[in-house]
Ligand binder design. Structure first.
Ligand code: PLP
Length: 381
């Protein structure tokens, strides 16, 4: 072969094989994956249409229904992170002109507002100060005012640590003839949720938090009511990759190629879900609650205070007030570099005011709380 162009070696790094520090990930996510999940991820890939792999996909669908407590036939894992599953939900549920009412209690509610607007929705929003949640009465008034096609809420607002109560919201939505869309990214696996019982029509999540898996394969589900709306669309879903009318042909009985599934991510998700089924989802919820209560007490014992009123605190994510005069960023950096512990800083309105501490999935364990408290005592002035 005659080579006329010379090779540019500027970017040709000569590297050692990958080696990363061992961190304890106690931020807003990702959390550490369960070792068995990482091991499953190491299984050699199969073809994405191999019957053995299709069986893995079926198992994922069933286990996702279990952790969400739903019988929705259209329940799959989206190839991508939580935001891809969020986008899949909006892209499939929203038609241009639909009135979408978003209850904003923090950063991720605002992301829903932005996304729904990009898909042509007539977006209306109601807001609460960051750290608070909506009452049923407030939601009823908003539904009366806006008469939306879809009400969208964030169950577990990762930016504030608040848990939006959902009981009764599904009935309200039926009364007003709208669909209920819920972000369960920071709740699935760690916070009690009963999708069918609570009348939730659309939900999505992620793999890297309460499920104890690396990021990259994200739960998605639609109720038969939501599927009916999808089937009656006048316009095509404006996102080819996330179009459920195409994707369900791969996940459903037709088994038609749509995209090459991230095979090893699906292995990991299957193992993470298998572990929750082995533990029992109600036991996983209880474990998260018990360990977070131990965290709250331990933080208060060392003189720190928590941002959210106890009744509405999440079992998965706690916002801790940064004491007056303390450099929150510097403390988080010290925890990371000197103690190998990651915690998160505040986001949006709470930037500089709080730290965010996650106890999710495999990481929701007492010994992790002890390790964090010990390290905090060393780095706090
Ligand atoms: N929604 C909520 C409530 C989240 O906490 C996150 C991420 O933290 C997302 C959506 C987006 O998920 P991802 O970062 O996996 O894309």
């Amino acid at each position: 072969m005659t080579q006329t162009v010379s090779i540019n070696n500027n970017q040709r790094l000569q590297l050692e094989p990958l080696s990363t520090p061992e961190r304890l990930l106690l931020g807003p996510g990702p959390s550490n994956a369960h070792p068995a999940v990482l091991q499953a991820m190491n299984t050699p890939p199969l073809g994405h249409l191999d019957p053995a792999f299709l069986a893995v996909m079926d198992e994922i669908q069933s286990l996702l229904r279990y952790v969400w407590q739903t019988e929705n036939p259209l329940t799959i894992a989206v190839s991508g992170t939580g935001t891809a599953a969020m986008e899949a939900t909006i892209a499939n549920a929203v038609e241009p002109g639909d009135v979408v009412l978003v209850g904003v209690i923090g950063y991720f509610g605002n992301r829903l507002v932005d996304m729904a607007g990009r898909y042509g929705a007539d977006v209306r929003s109601i807001t609460k100060p960051w750290g608070q949640v909506f009452s049923l009465e407030e939601l009823r008034t908003a539904l009366q005012t806006h008469r939306p096609t879809i009400l969208a809420l964030v169950h577990a607002e990762t930016s504030t640590g608040a848990c939006q109560p959902l009981e009764g919201v599904g009935e309200l939505c039926r009364e007003f003839g709208c669909l209920l869309l819920i972000d369960t990214v920071t709740s699935l696996g760690g916070v009690p949720i009963f999708l069918d019982e609570w009348g939730i029509d659309l939900a999505y999540s992620c793999s890297q938090k309460g499920l104890g898996c690396p990021p990259g394969a994200s739960p998605f589900t639609m109720s038969p009511r939501a599927v009916e709306k999808l089937q009656q669309r006048r316009t095509k879903v404006a996102n080819w990759y996330l179009d459920m009318t195409l994707l369900h042909k791969y996940w459903g009985s037709e088994r038609v190629y749509h995209h090459t599934a991230p095979i090893n991510m699906y292995y990991a998700l299957r193992e993470a879900l298998r572990l929750i089924a082995e533990e029992g989802v109600e036991n996983s919820w209880r474990r998260h609650q018990e360990n977070v209560e131990y965290l709250w007490q331990s933080l208060e014992d060392i003189g720190l205070s928590l941002h959210v009123q106890r009744e509405y605190r999440l079992p998965t994510l706690t916002t801790v007030r940064i004491p007056e005069g303390v450099d929150g960023k510097a403390i988080a950096r010290q925890l990371l570099l000197e103690h190998n512990i990651e915690i998160g800083g505040g986001l949006g309105e709470l930037a500089g005011q709080v730290w965010r501490v996650g106890l999710m999935g495999f990481n929701s364990r007492k010994e992790n709380v002890d390790r964090l408290i010990e390290a905090l005592q060393q780095v706090l002035p």
